[in-house]
Design a protein around this ligand. Sequence first.
Ligand SMILES: Cc1cc2nc3c(=O)[nH]c(=O)nc-3n(C[C@H](O)[C@H](O)[C@H](O)COP(=O)(O)O)c2cc1C
Length: 177
Amino acid sequence: MSKKVLVVLAHDDMKISRVNKRLVQELESCDNIEVRDIKALYPDYKIDIEAEQEAIKKADKVVFQFPMFWFNAPSILKEWMDKVYSLGFAFDVTQDGYQRRELDGREFMLAVSMGGHEAAYDGDYKSVDECLTPYIYTAKFCGMKVVEPFYTYRAMQNLSDEKLEALAPQFKEAILK
Ligand SMILES: Cc1cc2nc3c(=O)[nH]c(=O)nc-3n(C[C@H](O)[C@H](O)[C@H](O)COP(=O)(O)O)c2cc1C
């Protein structure tokens, strides 16, 4: 049976996106992938918690896709996570301690585009993983299996259209893996 994937797309404005727009376009024809552009769905940040939780329940794998903004995700994703990964849904606190709930056992993947190049994240800034530990640690805390991320570098200018075209099918393959 094919894997069902939920892509939580957290771009500030997909109308002005080049990289994430092209990557997500590659997923359009795939029935097993649901893409939720959360900034378009919730421009006022009023997240429909139930709808988002239902989308997670249907998925074997949850992907957070976003452009790196100041060594973090765009703020809508933090709001989404704070509201959707609620007590009772993501975990419970019982007399025996924390109990994992709906996220337990699902896969978690980061798909992030960086304006910076690879070398920048191996020098001044230690690594993309280090920047994004809150997302990785939250997934682990909730019992998710963190799988290999898909990181795209030089997304502001040095990534040519040809390279982006070549990346798009690789992205889809990684999402469905
Ligand atoms: C507010 C803002 C903050 C950014 N911060 C970073 C950053 O910390 N590190 C980085 O590598 N790129 C940074 N960038 C560049 C974006 O990550 C880059 O423009 C984006 O990945 C391109 O994807 P898109 O074509 O889908 O918009 C920033 C861009 C903006 C607008």
